[in-house]
Ligand binder design. Structure first.
Ligand SMILES: [Zn+2]
Length: 456
């Protein structure tokens, strides 16, 4: 019986392979890379010896268990390897090649979706092109892998670009750098597509302005600017797969803590994945988060469970020394350098730590003063304050990790509009000129502040 179910399941999988084969035989798609489909096998392996044996044999075992069964990722031939090792593998699901589903225009660096938003492929080609054209200014840094990539299921590198007038020792992952560092990231929440476009424009503004624009030249002579244009590429892959109807995926691509698919008749908007911005090891827990794997603010099974979270924390530790004591009431060293911005959408607010509580942080004075300046640069309709003052409190955020762990000022910018034509997560691409006019002065201000943010 087991054998028959296995062969039936494989027959189903084979038809998927056939469909993929058909699509590659069709006229060439703009998206060139076709990774093969990934198979998820259900493998009986009770706790103890059998499970350890499966792991010891090097199978790609997911961190997921259903009774006596474990799950193994592999190719269409992995069931043969499992059988040779004395295991039976039944196909649980087939993950389609990620690029097969894309509805995009252009190719490489010009590849866009939804009227002009750049795909992950375009963003990463952009980073490489900038580093090539501006070799004395820009360095691309691979700081980890997305969850799907760690599973051998497509996925992406996690990439940053360091931009400065390069001198000896610049752009290295050492917290004792000569120049102060300003760091900005986008699309930690995948569907907040405005933010990735702001990152793209900021990279171009700096690299194309150096030597021409006095302010940009001065910024890059004095400061290292780090940009992560897509902090959650697995999530963005889901978003852009909608093409002209982007999918509203907020979280990462890790479905191993709950069902493979989340939408139900009660909640058609439920999603797989962990909210990376609730997963940081900073007051991680139930405050403003959920234990339900399908919930939009699912915090993950434990703090730092996600590769995207851990990779960012490691990157931050490589960029900034820890200047704050361990207590929640310990202020940062007044001479702390650095500035970290996480861009979200879509409101008009600047958020400062703490995020987990409405109690002010020990550096509330200077943090709030800078937030006021930033909001002032963005426009009269912008507000500033702690999340608990303007939205809600939440544990496990990047805000509280960066400030709490390292003492470096962190701001969340909610960019966009909450009403009008350009409101929401998915504004028309033409709205981005207006957003950029507000964000550029804020980014410039944040970069200038990195040398001495607390005024010590
Ligand atoms: Zn967000």
């Amino acid at each position: 019986m087991k054998q028959r179910r296995l062969s039936l399941a494989l027959a189903g999988a084979a038809s998927v392979v056939f469909l993929v084969g058909t699509s590659t035989a069709a006229p060439p798609q703009p998206v060139a890379v076709q990774e093969g489909p990934t198979y998820v096998y259900r493998v009986p392996a009770p706790l103890g010896e059998k499970a350890q044996d499966l792991l010891a044999r090097g199978f790609d075992v997911l961190e997921q268990r259903d009774g006596d069964d474990l799950f193994v990722l592999g190719s269409k031939t992995t069931h043969t390897r499992l059988a040779e090792a004395g295991f039976t593998g039944q196909v649980e699901s087939v993950m389609a090649p990620p690029s097969a589903e894309l509805k995009t225009r252009g190719y490489g660096i010009t590849e866009t979706y939804y009227g002009g938003y750049r795909t992950i492929r375009a963003h990463y080609a952009h980073l490489d092109q900038v580093a090539l054209r501006h070799a004395r200014l820009a360095t691309v840094v691979d700081y980890g892998d997305s969850w799907r990539k760690t599973q051998g299921a497509g996925g992406h590198d996690l990439k940053a670009i360091c931009i400065t007038r390069k001198g000896p020792g610049d752009c290295r992952l050492t917290p004792t750098a000569k120049k102060p560092r300003m760091f900005v990231s986008a699309q930690i929440h995948a569907r907040e597509i405005t933010t990735g476009d702001m990152a793209w424009r900021w990279i171009d503004h700096l690299t194309q302005g150096y030597g021409k624009d006095a302010e940009v030249t001065s910024l890059l002579d004095s400061t290292e600017v780090w940009v992560v244009p897509i902090a959650n590429p697995d999530g963005v892959r889901i978003v852009q797969s909608g093409g002209d109807s982007p999918k509203l995926q907020r979280k990462n691509g890790n479905y191993t803590n709950g069902p493979r698919e989340c939408p139900t008749t009660e909640d058609p908007n439920a999603q797989i994945g962990v909210d990376v911005n609730r997963n940081f090891d900073a007051q991680w827990g139930d405050n403003g988060t959920s234990a339900d794997p399908c919930h939009q603010v699912y915090r993950g099974p434990k703090a730092d469970s996600e590769v995207e979270t851990r990779a960012l924390e490691k990157l931050f530790r490589g960029l900034f020394p820890d200047t704050r004591g361990p207590g929640l009431t310990d202020p940062a060293d007044p001479k702390t350098r650095g500035m970290v911005i996480t861009m979200h959408s879509a409101l008009n607010v600047v958020l400062l730590p703490w995020g987990y509580t409405t109690t002010p942080s020990p550096d509330d004075g200077p943090l709030r003063a800078m937030a006021r300046d930033m909001a002032g640069l963005a426009g009269a309709d912008w507000r500033y304050g702690q999340p608990g003052e303007l939205l809600y409190t939440a544990g496990g955020s990047i805000d509280d990790w960066v400030y709490g762990e390292l003492g470096v000022p962190h701001y969340t910018w909610e960019i966009g509009n909450w009403q009008g034509d350009c409101a929401g997560f998915l504004p028309a691409y033409s709205c981005q000129d207006g957003h950029w006019a507000k964000v550029r002065p804020m980014l410039t201000y944040a970069t200038k502040k990195a040398a001495n943010p607390y005024g010590g």
